[in-house]
Design a protein around this ligand. Structure first.
Ligand code: NAD
Length: 386
């Protein structure tokens, strides 16, 4: 069975789906690995390192895609410079694995189904302990959370830690993290490492202990409704609950030097939590890093990919932060992919047991059909026959 690793063509994407170490493990298992020339270059993994690990370097893109049994990628397939769409390079019956954005771009799933591609979307790996080592949403969110704090620290015209020096005492920075999921918790941990005083808020009260275990204070807001949906994710809350949380958030935003927002509700626009009025109340020089900027933004006025200054406050809307740390982001993603591939392959061939919850959840298209019901709903397709 042949696995092909594609070079990412998305502008600004520096990650690669497999690193040389994972290639050698797959080869030891009897699989063949082809790597597109230069695929690891922007993550500092040279073609020579892949070759030394046993991979074949392929310069012909059409051959790499067209002869793959399993094509491995980071981002969704897209149109290449020559106008050819990557989906059309795959042979019918091939398998594709990557972040395929099935809920954001359902038409891509339709295109993959029409091409009779079996597609596994890393966003749809269940967030269960059994699937933890395949959970690329978590591995990449951890990178993003870490980097968000570093960006905030670099932009803040102040120190993060408390300093007692001959030139006077510097108080520690106050950091407020909104959304304490995987990215938020890593942002908290990093801010604590840098010596800041940290507070955090999340709509899911269950994260209180995790926040406290990192040495941060949890901002509690008692709501009269359920805020957690199936699978442990946050739910969209009522208007009354939104107002109550905003009032509580406002008090903490006002007193913070740094606000890092990471709040998401899967499949929906990011909740708007920090308003222009709250920004106007912050001290000039304060910094907001909005990790949800490219999903509509948690902070009013944030713009994806830009730094905006409002009332003396710098609002940063970074995009694709994992790509800014391509070595470790690729290493972690490659480990997630390796575990998934090992899970799918039996005796050198793909073994798709759709009674298995990991396979059934992550497989978005197979044998000409879009299998995921949420994606089908977005496409206006009827409920799939079992
Ligand atoms: P996410 O990226 O979807 O959202 C980030 C955070 O924003 C979440 O903590 C969410 O509760 C919060 N949020 C949403 N709306 C909010 C609002 N209005 N105000 C404040 N906060 C708000 O989340 P994620 O980091 O991908 O994790 C989601 C869930 O999955 C969590 O329960 C996490 O514990 C769970 N999880 C489980 C596993 C596992 O068991 N293997 C692995 C990873 C994540």
């Amino acid at each position: 069975m042949k696995l092909s690793v594609a070079k990412e063509v998305e502008v600004g994407e520096r990650r690669v789906a497999l690193i040389p170490d994972t290639v050698s493990r797959l080869i030891k298992q009897g699989l063949e690995v082809w790597v597109e020339a230069g695929a690891g270059e922007r993550a500092f993994f040279a073609d020579a390192a892949y070759e030394a690990a046993g991979a074949t370097i392929v310069t012909d893109t059409a051959k790499l895609w067209g002869e793959a049994d399993v094509l491995l990628k980071v981002g969704p397939p897209q149109e290449r410079e020559n106008g050819q769409h990557e989906v059309d390079l795959l042979r019918e019956g091939a398998t594709l694995i990557g972040f395929l954005d099935p809920l954001g771009t359902p038409t891509l799933s339709k295109r993959l189904a029409d091409r009779k591609v079996t597609a596994f979307s890393m966003e749809l790996i269940p967030r269960t302990s059994r699937a933890q080592s395949m959970d690329a949403l978590s591995s990449q969110a951890g990178v993003a959370g870490y980097k968000a704090t570093l960006i905030a620290a670099a932009a803040l015209p102040k120190f993060f830690p408390m300093l007692t020096t001959a030139a006077g005492t510097i108080p520690p920075a106050k950091v407020f993290v909104i959304g304490a999921g995987v990215a938020g918790l890593q942002a908290i941990a990093t801010a604590r490492l840098l010596g800041a005083v940290v507070e955090a808020f999340d709509i899911r009260p269950a994260v209180k202990e995790e926040v406290q275990s990192l040495g941060a204070k949890f901002v509690e807001v008692k709501l009269e409704e359920e805020t957690v949906a199936a699978g442990g994710y946050a739910k969209e809350v009522s208007e009354a609950a939104k107002q109550k949380t905003q009032a509580a958030i406002a008090e903490h935003v006002k007193l913070s030097d740094v606000v890092i927002t990471t709040a998401q509700v899967p499949g929906r626009k990011a909740p708007r939590l920090v308003t222009a009025e709250m920004i106007a109340q912050m001290k000039p020089g304060s910094v907001v890093v909005d990790l949800a900027a490219d999903q509509g933004g948690n902070c009013e006025g944030s713009e994806a990919g830009k730094d905006v200054v409002r009332d003396g406050v710098t609002i940063i809307g970074p995009t694709n932060l994992p790509s800014s740390m391509p070595v470790h982001a690729s290493q972690m993603y490659a480990k997630n992919i390796l575990t998934l591939v090992q899970y799918l392959v039996k005796d050198g061939a793909l073994n798709l047991n759709f009674d298995d919850d990991i396979i059934s959840s992550a497989c978005v298209t197979h044998a000409g059909d879009v299998r995921n019901q949420r994606v089908r709903d977005l496409l206006g397709e009827p409920v799939a026959a079992k």
